[in-house]
Design a binder for this molecule. Structure first.
Ligand SMILES: Nc1nc2c(ncn2[C@@H]2O[C@H](COP(=O)(O)OP(=O)(O)OP(=O)(O)O)[C@@H](O)[C@H]2O)c(=O)[nH]1
Ligand SMILES: [Mg+2]
Length: 198
């Protein structure tokens, strides 16, 4: 498959207001600043599509991007684990992520992004436990691979996989900056869409 077209659809500030757009949804989740919005831009080949920032906490809403005129939707989620927000704001973000994950009618997979350089945090582990608990299928993607040598990436693969109780082969590597890893992700999306159609 190929991503030929992407259109920003809407931002949602409250998970109570999420709608069914009639197409499968792939959500992009992960810690703040891990590169979620950059990942979407890389996948759709438009670096102005989703807003990115070097300051964590940029994405505060659920942002929907329609791919290939209705083939599927990428949903950019606010990042979790951003220490600088107050308790109240943090709760509303968590409500938004949880509210979306349980409320979406067509969520087919969560792409859980982790920074290749760091061992997954307790929040990443909580996220995985949450998805297991609610039987939400997910894919782990290690971002910013340009920051490490190939050898160091391979080493991190085991660190990330074992922290999240996955096999090494279940961690996909990408770099939105060096533009690597897209083919593997597209294959994954293709498989997910095939399963959805059955
Ligand atoms: N070197 C490198 N930097 C990256 C990559 N992807 C993202 N970044 C940088 O990481 C920072 C955060 O990127 P975003 O895409 O805004 O991250 P996010 O996960 O959407 O962040 P929040 O919306 O705050 O949760 C920016 O400074 C990006 O330029 C990558 O593949 N390589
Ligand atoms: Mg973002």
């Amino acid at each position: 498959m190929e991503i030929k077209q992407c259109r920003f659809v809407t931002s949602v500030a409250d998970s109570k207001n999420i709608k069914d757009y009639g197409m499968p949804e792939i959500a992009i989740a992960g810690k703040s600043n891990v590169g979620k919005s950059s990942f979407i831009n890389y996948m759709v080949n438009n670096y102005g599509m989703a807003k990115t920032s070097s300051t964590p906490g940029k994405t505060r809403l659920l942002n929907y991007f329609e791919i290939n005129k209705g083939q599927f939707m990428f949903v950019d989620l606010p990042g979790y684990g951003f220490a600088k927000v107050s308790g109240e704001v943090k709760d509303s973000w968590d409500d938004m992520i949880g509210g979306y994950l349980l409320g979406s009618k067509r969520l087919i997979n969560v792409f859980l992004l982790v920074d290749v350089r760091h061992e997954p945090t307790s929040l990443d582990k909580q996220m995985v436990a949450y998805m297991h608990h609610y039987q939400i299928p997910f894919t782990v993607i290690a971002t910013k691979c340009d920051k490490l040598s190939r050898q160091a990436c391979m080493k991190q693969r085991s660190v990330i996989a074992s922290a999240l109780c996955l096999g090494n082969e279940n961690v996909i590597f990408v770099s939105s900056q060096a533009k690597s890893g897209k083919e593997e992700i597209l294959n994954r999306i293709n498989n997910l869409l095939d399963i959805y159609k059955q």
